[in-house]
Design a protein around this ligand. Sequence first.
Ligand SMILES: NC(=O)c1ccc[n+]([C@@H]2O[C@H](COP(=O)([O-])OP(=O)(O)OC[C@H]3O[C@@H](n4cnc5c(N)ncnc54)[C@H](OP(=O)(O)O)[C@@H]3O)[C@@H](O)[C@H]2O)c1
Length: 263
Amino acid sequence: MSKTKFFKEEYGPWALIAGASEGIGAAFSEALAERGLNLILIARREKVLSELAEGLVSRYSIQVEEHILDLGNSSSVRDLISSLDKEIGLLVYNAAYSPIGYFKDIPIADLENIVSVNIQTPLLLIKTLTDSMIERKKGGIILMSSLSGIQGSPKIATYAASKSFNTILAEGLWHELKDLNVDVLACVAGAVRTPGYINSANEKDAPGTLDPNEVVKETLEALGSSPTLTPGSFNRFAKFIMSRLLPRKRAIQIMHNNTKDLK
Ligand SMILES: NC(=O)c1ccc[n+]([C@@H]2O[C@H](COP(=O)([O-])OP(=O)(O)OC[C@H]3O[C@@H](n4cnc5c(N)ncnc54)[C@H](OP(=O)(O)O)[C@@H]3O)[C@@H](O)[C@H]2O)c1
């Protein structure tokens, strides 16, 4: 069976991409459309999402369903979940909320939104979709995580902790679900050139910065073979140094050197 056919058999016929309109989410949409999966795309900005959807439908023989909603709004998420009537073989949870600032300056509403967008909604979607994947004995879950979550990350402390939650959740579920033929993977990314990253970072790229397409390519290749993946050899080396070689205090300090100028 060809690789594309295998992918569609294993993870189709529909994929749900939460946070699809641009950056890594748009790159996942393109790569999955290329593999022949029908797509359920979610984002808040209607115009950006519609343009992406129209482009995909014109380039590939697939169906695309658009949902304009805020993944931080629990009643919209519950409405979405109860409206889902397609056979979804792949969930990509890409959206994240990452306010920048020291903890003392972050309003409680922003902290709550980190928990909603980065933790509560992915948990709900994973629970809903894995139930039917387990029944069908196939499927996949991809959670976008971050190297900021492998140690404390000042100035993005709560976001980083939420990413750590996603990585650890993916690892546990990877083990629980692998014998049921449901693949789980956390993509523990370093810096990626997305509109969100470009807005908050300095003019110069951080070392190891990748384009969204490179991240997506490596992630889809790793799905089914490991619980976590860090795209890019520089980032894998940095992860090894930060998590295995350096004392925690030093790793946190190095992280702060990188995050202190974020805006
Ligand atoms: N960029 C990096 O350097 C980097 C590094 C490590 C990890 N990551 C992870 O990679 C993922 C994507 O990062 P990114 O930089 O591409 O993020 P982003 O620019 O903030 O947005 C990603 C996508 O999610 C959608 N989205 C965001 N919040 C949403 C919400 N509340 N409801 C519905 N849709 C929402 C956005 O569309 P709308 O605005 O239209 O809603 C957009 O399509 C995140 O999980 C992030 O933690 C990124």
